[in-house]
Design a protein around this ligand. Structure first.
Ligand SMILES: NC(=O)C1=CN([C@@H]2O[C@H](COP(=O)(O)OP(=O)(O)OC[C@H]3O[C@@H](n4cnc5c(N)ncnc54)[C@H](O)[C@@H]3O)[C@@H](O)[C@H]2O)C=CC1
Ligand SMILES: O=C([O-])CC(=O)C(=O)O
Length: 227
């Protein structure tokens, strides 16, 4: 049975936020969606929300734009109150040559402001932090909640992307049907901490091999060459 969840996407007018907001608006379990961004965003949150509100789905969509200097904790009550899920891609993406960890100072500050507002207005909501570096932002926010004694708030790393990527790469390299490919990915979301467990995916085990130098080879193409 479809649910009636209220969801807020903070940074909802950005590169990740827009498609994420659309997915939320199309989800039959979501009855209310708030698209929250800054007034200075390249695309106005109200415009994104207006477009999504025309989807022929049950979801009611509303946009909220705040000034950069506004504290979420003072202003965001209307969109956060009653939320079951708050998704946070709000923040700065890396530029060429930057590492995700280079974004820590600026993005942790943005996340702090938002999660404080969540603790005030929707303490029962699950807060899904997408903003990088997630490896550090998520534990830092959890510590902050712990210190404040806010035990009901739960947060999650959003690194589904690593699972999706691993599945797609194995599918492309082995030709195994997508439905047979499911690679668990553990660790974190930095270049050196993303750890796909190919050994736990039968399609990868039978389709990929590693040669003596540690290079992954593709058994299908080797077979084809041999044939
Ligand atoms: N965890 C993951 O798998 C992934 C994480 N990311 C991270 O997501 C973040 C966003 O990436 P993009 O969408 O490409 O960037 P973007 O620049 O296109 O969008 C970010 C949005 O956040 C908004 N924003 C900034 N500060 C805000 C604040 N205080 N309150 C509300 N909104 C605010 C901006 O106005 C902008 O619309 C980056 O930190 C990026 O590294 C991106 C891809 C995957
Ligand atoms: O690479 C980035 O900066 C964004 C991200 O986390 C990803 O695409 O995996």
């Amino acid at each position: 049975m479809a649910g009636n969840f209220k969801v807020c996407v903070v940074g909802g007018a950005g590169g990740i936020g827009q498609p994420l907001s659309m997915l939320m608006a199309m989800d039959p379990n979501v009855s209310e969606l708030c698209v929250y961004d800054l007034t200075m965003a390249m695309v106005p949150a109200e415009g994104v929300a207006a477009d999504l509100s025309h989807l022929n789905m049950k979801c009611k969509v509303k946009g909220y734009a705040f000034d950069k200097d506004d504290k979420a904790i003072d202003k965001a009550g209307d969109c956060l109150t009653g939320c079951h899920l708050v998704l946070v891609p709000a923040g700065v993406p890396r530029k060429p040559g930057q590492d995700r960890k280079d974004l820590l100072n600026i993005n942790a500050g943005i996340a702090k402001n938002i999660v404080e507002a969540c603790a005030k207005f929707c303490p029962e909501a699950v807060v899904g932090l997408i903003v990088n570096p997630v490896n550090s932002v998520v534990p830092a926010m959890c510590e902050m909640w712990k210190k404040k004694g806010e035990t009901s708030q739960s947060s999650a790393f959003i690194t589904t992307l690593d699972v999706v990527r691993a599945d797609k790469f194995v599918h492309e390299m082995t030709g195994a049907p997508m439905s047979d490919v499911s690679v668990p990915v553990i660790g974190g979301h930095a270049g050196t901490t993303i750890l796909p467990l190919f050994s736990q995916c039968q399609a990868a085990v039978s389709g990929l091999r590693t040669d003596s130098s540690g290079t992954q080879i593709h058994v299908r193409s080797v077979d084809r060459v041999g044939a």
